[in-house]
Design a protein around this ligand. Structure first.
Ligand SMILES: Nc1ncnc2c1ncn2[C@@H]1O[C@H](COP(=O)(O)OP(=O)(O)OP(=O)(O)O)[C@@H](O)[C@H]1O
Length: 787
């Protein structure tokens, strides 16, 4: 956490009246206010005449662009690096808060901090191609201590909205609509839409007055485009336009307007108390006293980079309000916040990443097995049927009816399972033996020895027939192989398959030739050709063992494999399928490579051109908003447009190609697995002599290339950066387009209209706003105030 002082800038509204009594110091940071002596207090009075304040900057007669650069640029840059920010405008009615935050109605050059921040944010997103961003906007209005969702589908009310704290003690508004936006134009359209809703609630005291506080928030989620993309950095910026305070006595308001003023003054007064408490480092800070302070909690003392703009209106008649604003601003300047990047791990994405890693590792193991000449080893959990088979083998092994080679030893997982099976079967056999002995003892004791000696058969439920030799104490009851599944106690309740249903796939314990070594071939003999081409249970291990002997000569397996692919019809067919899959994959990878290079090249050019355009703009004569470009700059902008369009097209094509890649990788690995499995199956049906002959003739001969090995070439592309670029015009196009869309919505929709109706312009919210406006108008009429 970094301690951060809240910065305060003063902005003056230009005034035609001379003698305002406000002086800006030459350092551009200090303001002094001269208060004329109150004559009514008599000749001798102690009234102070001059008050001086120091701030981080004073903006007098500055353009909107300069105001943005001074006040907001740095906070928005921080936002893009993961830090929260808040900029709030405070000041008396008519001092220029809305002008500063939203802008004047006079057009593009007069747009305020919010539209400029949206431009800035999306330009940064365009430039940072190595990051992926998701942006949402929300627009909250606090009117008469009620919360309104200006972007909600249904009119937001205080009932559905509440200011809460998340697990990191950050304030958030539960129920507030967050609209996803993917471009400056979309974000601006939402902003304008919310403004329409707000406008209905405002402008009642006079043409320039907002009667509510508004908080436009841009929520940014940033991820790196690399594999670690489940780590997201979340940040947001609150752009706050506070309602103006005014003295109710001054305007003689009554009724609804008086009520509004009281709510405004109450919330601003608590804002002041909150700032005072924080400034004094009180143990109790009245954040919860009003909705405004609850919403601004982070901005005033939490994890946030905070900027205050103190708007003042230097008319002599407003000196009291000016002083009050500057005093408050000075106290705000004593505050500090604790700044930290907000990181969050997306559990869903983490899980997906681990699943992907496991899949990749399995694929890698399979590849190693293939390259090492081992038959394919399964690294998956054993199925119920495989476990049952294993337990049968373990039982036969312990009973001396199976060889050690029949127990799997091809992977650590299977070795462990074999040990577990041996232990479980051992325990089960011990208990069966104990039971049997007890039964025999009982039979002897009961005096049944005479009959029992002639016929010692004892039926043990569920175990099977007892070997007659049991009576002589040689062995125990032996169930026929597969006569029953292993009891749950043998499988172990902890095993993932212990509770699987009977609908599991049919058993097929795949032989794993690679772990069988030694003289297994001689044990089974060359003539042990299985009847069936499939490796039947029981004969599978034998076939695998036999093949291990044949494949013992290094390279033989691959040599036979090559012959299988070229000479055996099934092998040819499967190889052709694999080749087709590999070719499609290669082609896609090729286009990804080409498109990736094109995207990177276009990106570099976009960066160069953007820098050149900015340079031209900053070199342009001061005073304008950089709208008038010389011919060279104009040419640069035109080229930038073309390059960006190309960039976007290439990027879209790259995205499509990348989407095609995963299914193609899967298709290729399925084809490869099918080929390898078919080969194993086929090899098991061939005589040793045939296989050895094939190995001998193929060992040095040419063979078709092992395309399947090439499938993993070019894995570098898997890590190719995911660039997310939304093409934006560097000038005002987005702004005007958003304006047009919002206007289309306001006039009943049509093409290009913002899809969602404005919360404030339709339904109950609009009705409530209209009622408020009507009541207020009536109150003002009664008070004789002209609208
Ligand atoms: N710096 C400025 N330059 C030019 N015009 C300004 C400036 N500041 C304010 N104005 C003009 O003053 C008028 C009042 O400004 P604005 O509506 O922004 O005040 P406000 O503080 O938001 O008031 P309220 O609290 O009542 O909403 C507007 O017509 C606006 O265009």
């Amino acid at each position: 956490m970094v301690k951060q002082a809240v910065k305060v800038f003063v902005r003056t509204r230009p005034t035609a009246t001379s003698g305002s009594g406000i002086k800006i110091g030459p350092d551009g940071q200090s303001v002094s206010v001269n208060v004329p002596k109150d004559e009514s207090a008599g000749i001798i009075n102690n009234q102070q005449e001059s008050f001086s304040f120091k701030f981080d900057g004073v903006l007098e007669n500055v353009s909107q662009e300069e105001a943005y650069t001074t006040v907001a640029h740095e906070v928005v840059d921080s936002l893009m690096s993961g830090y929260n920010g808040t900029i709030f405008c405070y000041g008396q009615t008519g001092a220029g808060k809305t002008f500063t935050m939203s802008g004047g109605g006079a057009g593009y050059a007069h747009r305020g901090i919010i539209p400029r921040a949206l431009y800035h944010i999306f330009r940064e997103i365009d430039l940072r191609v190595d990051k992926m961003y998701r942006v949402h906007v929300s627009y909250l209005e606090i009117y008469n201590e009620q919360l309104y969702d200006l972007l909600g589908d249904t009119p937001g009310t205080s009932d559905s909205l509440a200011v809460l704290e998340d697990s990191n003690n950050n304030a958030y508004v539960r129920g507030l609509t967050l609209i996803p936006v993917s471009s400056e134009e979309e974000a601006l359209a939402q902003f304008f839409l919310g403004e329409q809703g707000r406008t209905n609630a405002g402008h009642v005291l006079n043409a320039e007055s907002s009667r509510s506080h508004t908080v436009f928030t841009v929520h940014v989620e940033m991820r790196t485009s690399e594999a670690a993309s489940e780590r997201a950095i979340l940040s947001k910026i609150n752009l706050v336009d506070l309602a103006g305070s005014e003295r109710t006595k001054k305007t003689n308001v009554t009724g609804q307007t008086l009520k509004e003023a009281q709510f405004i003054n109450r919330s601003l007064s608590f804002l002041e108390q909150t700032v005072n408490a924080l400034s004094r480092k009180d143990s109790y800070v009245p954040f919860r006293q009003t909705k405004l302070t609850a919403v601004l909690r982070d901005a005033l003392g939490g994890n946030c980079k905070t900027i205050m703009v103190a708007n003042i209106w230097g008319e002599p008649s407003h000196t009291e309000e000016t002083l009050s604003t500057l005093r408050f601003a000075s106290r705000v300047r004593t505050l500090t916040t604790d700044l930290a990047v907000n990181e969050s791990n997306d559990p869903g994405l983490l899980l997906r990443r681990y699943e992907r890693q496991i899949k990749e590792l399995k694929a890698e193991l399979a590849m190693r097995d293939t390259l090492g000449g081992r038959a394919r080893v399964s690294y998956d959990d054993l199925t119920d049927d495989e476990l049952r088979e294993l337990h049968g083998t373990a039982r036969r092994f312990l009973q001396g009816q199976a060889e050690p080679e029949e127990l799997p030893a091809d992977s650590l997982k299977r070795v462990r399972e074999a040990y577990k099976a041996l232990r479980a079967v051992h325990i089960a056999l011990k208990s069966e033996m104990a039971q049997q002995l007890a039964t025999l003892q009982r039979a002897t004791e009961d005096g049944a020895a005479a009959t029992g000696a002639q016929n010692p058969t004892i039926s043990l439920p569920g175990v099977g027939d007892v070997d007659p030799r049991a009576a002589a104490g040689f062995t125990v009851g032996q169930a026929p192989l597969d006569a029953r599944p292993p009891p749950r106690s043998e499988l172990g309740d902890h095993h993932p398959h212990a509770h699987a249903t009977a609908s599991s796939p049919p058993p097929m314990l795949k032989p794993q030739s690679s772990h069988f070594t030694g003289d297994a071939a001689s044990t089974y003999g060359d003539a042990s050709v299985p009847d069936s081409p499939s490796i039947a249970r029981g004969s599978g291990a034998a076939a695998a063992t036999r093949l291990a002997g044949i494949f013992a000569v290094p390279g033989d397996r691959n040599a036979i494999f090559r012959r299988y692919k070229s000479d055996v019809p099934e092998g040819r067919e499967l190889t052709a399928a694999l080749k087709a899959a590999a070719a499609a994959l290669r082609e896609t990878r090729g286009s990804i490579k080409t498109l990736g290079e094109a995207v990177n090249g276009a990106k570099r050019r976009v960066d160069e051109l953007s820098a050149a355009v900015s340079q031209r703009r900053s070199a342009a004569p001061a005073g304008g908003d950089g709208e008038v470009l010389d011919s060279e700059a104009y040419a640069l902008v035109q080229e930038l447009k073309v390059v960006k369009a190309q960039y976007r097209a290439d990027f879209d094509a790259l995205k499509v190609a990348r989407e095609e890649l995963e299914p193609q990788i899967q298709a290729a690995s399925v084809a490869r697995a099918a080929l390898l499995e078919a080969f194993d199956r086929w090899a098991a049906t061939q005589s040793d002599a045939t296989l050895k002959r094939m190995a001998a003739t193929s060992r040095n001969g040419p063979g078709p290339g092992d395309e399947e090995d090439e499938l993993d070439a070019g894995e570098a592309f898997e890590r190719m950066q995911l660039a997310r670029i939304t093409e934006r015009d560097p000038d005002s196009l987005a702004y005007h387009a958003a304006m047009r869309r919002t206007a289309a919505t306001a006039h009943g929709g049509g093409g290009g209209a913002v899809s969602r109706p404005p919360a404030g312009a339709g339904g109950a919210k609009a009705a409530a706003a209209a009622t408020r406006r009507m009541e207020a108008t009536q109150a003002l009429n009664r008070a004789g105030v002209r609208m």
